[in-house]
Design a protein around this ligand. Structure first.
Ligand SMILES: Cc1cc2nc3c(=O)[nH]c(=O)nc-3n(C[C@H](O)[C@H](O)[C@H](O)COP(=O)(O)O)c2cc1C
Length: 239
């Protein structure tokens, strides 16, 4: 099959004008021009295709566990469509928050210390380009809560709890409640706005206008990838 929908030429400008917020500048510094700049090369979101493919296999290895991720917020707005319409109108890009839930969870998946469920999920989630943060259960909101509020009351002998501020993990191990975590995806760095950058050839600062095809909100594409990495991590623990 010949793939025709390729526009590598859209990326030629990257060779001399690194896109602010993207990996072009640092890639040139580290690989001295030996990186593939077309489409962002190995920094491209396209590489998540391999994660999704692996996730299909991993989902078959985790028994009854169902994984579901969804975009819960874009550009700070729970009305995703309105947020995106506005960003398109403003010729800008926006980020988002994706929540992932895995259920029903077996008790005791994970290891203490380096291979905690949080560590392994974070390790895999940060392989997804543009992911900038992760939180489990009540996450960063826990800093403002009292212990009496944050502690999940145990309501049955099988460890079920009245709330799930722990996100289904204690001590790095799954506790049998739903595994719940969220990731933050930054706004797409390629926008239709003029941006200041450096010209590698002239050494001068100049304005960059990015052409080509770019997403207003990459976060829209991330739920399926997040489900895949969750399946891969759980399959790794359960194998
Ligand atoms: C599915 C997907 C699609 C992406 N598409 C774009 C894009 O169109 N334009 C862009 O600037 N970044 C895009 N990115 C993000 C860049 O790949 C990423 O920001 C870049 O590699 C720098 O890495 P960092 O943001 O993690 O530091 C995409 C990411 C994903 C996961």
């Amino acid at each position: 099959m010949k793939i025709k929908n390729i526009k590598s030429g859209d990326y030629d400008h990257i060779l001399k004008q690194p896109r602010p917020g993207h990996a072009d500048w640092v890639a040139k510094m580290k690989f001295d021009g030996f990186n593939d700049h077309r489409g962002g090369g190995h920094f491209s979101g396209r590489l998540t295709l391999a994660l999704v493919a692996a996730g299909v296999v991993a989902k078959k290895m985790i028994g009854a566990i169902q994984i579901s991720a969804r975009l819960v917020e874009a550009g700070g707005n729970s009305d995703i469509e309105a947020a995106i319409a506005r960003a398109i109108e403003e010729k800008d890009s926006i980020g988002g928050i994706i929540e992932c839930v895995a259920s029903p969870m077996p008790i005791g998946i994970g290891e203490p210390f380096f291979d905690s469920v949080e560590s392994m999920l974070a390790h895999a989630a940060f392989a997804i380009p543009a992911v900038k943060g992760i939180e489990f259960g009540s996450g960063f909101a826990a800093a403002k809560m009292k212990g009496s509020e944050h502690n999940d009351r145990i309501t049955s002998l099988d460890g079920k709890t009245a709330t799930n501020h722990a996100g289904g993990i204690n001590g790095g191990l799954t506790n049998g409640n739903d595994l719940v975590f969220r990731v933050v995806v930054k706004p797409t760095s390629s926008t239709s706005q003029p941006q200041q950058t450096i010209n590698f050839e002239s050494g001068k600062l100049e304005e960059l206008m990015i052409g080509g095809r770019h997403d207003t909100c990459i976060a829209l594409r991330v739920p399926v990838v997040l489900e895949a990495i969750t399946a891969i991590v759980l399959a790794g623990f359960m194998a």
